[in-house]
Structure formats: structure tokens, C-alpha cells
Design a binder for this molecule. Structure first.
Ligand code: RP5
Length: 168
């Protein structure tokens, strides 16, 4: 999805096609907030040679951030962060063997010097990473700010309008 400049503002990458179902939550939020993005499958293990070129592309396009989802020994977010100063938002994908605890610890435990912002395991993390990306854009983009405010207002209303909400 592109904006009227024809350029993405956020990169969404994942370690495998099998991560797509999880990462789709991020894409849906970016679409809803009309934030232009691009999507790539890039693996720190299977296609390591593509990481520096994607990092260079992110800088060339002046992406505001890269949302990177990976599972298991989830090196993709940290490796990308090592190649670029573009902020990396890491999403731990729920793994089969360890339910994503492995992914979470692999992503969150970056040694000092190269940060990765780490989100919750699975679908919630993917969605929140996209909302966080929008919040960063909203600091300088009024249109994104208004759409993000509207998104949050609608969320609040959906709780208040719930017939089980007692008003306290
Ligand atoms: C990681 O290994 C991917 O991010 C994925 O979550 C996990 C399993 O990949 P597949 O074996 O399903 O391709 O690199």
C-alpha cells in the first residue's frame, strides 16, 4: 500500500511466509490508518545476504521504522537493527516448540548499543507494533494523528457501548 508520494513509510518484514498470519494484524492496522507500507519476507538464517541491502533500502526510502516479526531463534529484528539506524519494532511470533517465549527472549534481550523495541508475542504484538509506528508518525503528521485518535476513540466507544458496561 502506497501513499500519494508512491513511497512506503513503514517496512514490514518477517522471517518466513509462515509468519504472515501473525503479521497480517500489523498490515490491517496500517491500512486502516492509511499509513503506506511495504512487505518483505527476509530471513536472518536463510537469506542473511539480503539483510544489509534491505537495511540500506530502508534508509534510502527514509522509512520511519521497520516492523520485523520472527519466531524461534528470532534474529531478524536484531540483525536488521545492527545494519541500520532506522528504528526496528520487533514482533515475537508464537513458535510451535516454546509458544513464542523463545522468540520473545531472542528479540528483547539485545545487548546495550543496538536497541530493538519489543512487543507482545503474536497477534497483539503485531497490531501494537503498527499502532506504535503510527504514533511515531503522528508526532509530525496531523492526518495520521487524527486517524489514530479516531481509532482510539472508536475503541473506547466500543467498551462504553457494551451493554455489560455499568458506567463506573
Ligand atoms: C523463523 O523461523 C521464522 O520467523 C518463523 O517464525 C520460524 C519458522 O519458519 P518456517 O520453518 O515456518 O519457515 O525464522
Amino acid at each position: 500500500m502506497m501513499n500519494d508520494t508512491g513511497r512506503p513509510r513503514v517496512g514490514v518484514v518477517m522471517g518466513s511466509r509462515s509468519d504472515f498470519e501473525t503479521m497480517q494484524g500489523a498490515l490491517e492496522v496500517l491500512q486502516q490508518l492509511e499509513v503506506a507500507y511495504e512487505v518483505r519476507v527476509l530471513s536472518a538464517h536463510r537469506t542473511p545476504h539480503l539483510l544489509p541491502s534491505y537495511a540500506a533500502r530502508a534508509e534510502r526510502l527514509n522509512l520511519s521504522c521497520i516492523i520485523a516479526g520472527a519466531g524461534g531463534a528470532a534474529h531478524l529484528p536484531g540483525m536488521l537493527a545492527a545494519f541500520t539506524r532506522v528504528p526496528v519494532l520487533g514482533v515475537p511470533v508464537q513458535s510451535r516448540a516454546l509458544s513464542g517465549q523463545d522468540s520473545l527472549l531472542s528479540i528483547v534481550q539485545m545487548p546495550a548499543g543496538i536497541p530493538v523495541a519489543t512487543f507482545a508475542i503474536g497477534a497483539a504484538g503485531a497490531k501494537n507494533a503498527a499502532l506504535f509506528a503510527a504514533a511515531m508518525l503522528a508526532t509530525t503528521d496531523e492526518a495520521v494523528r487524527d486517524r489514530l485518535d479516531a481509532y482510539r476513540d472508536a475503541q473506547t466507544r466500543s467498551v462504553l457501548d457494551d451493554p455489560y458496561f455499568d458506567g463506573h
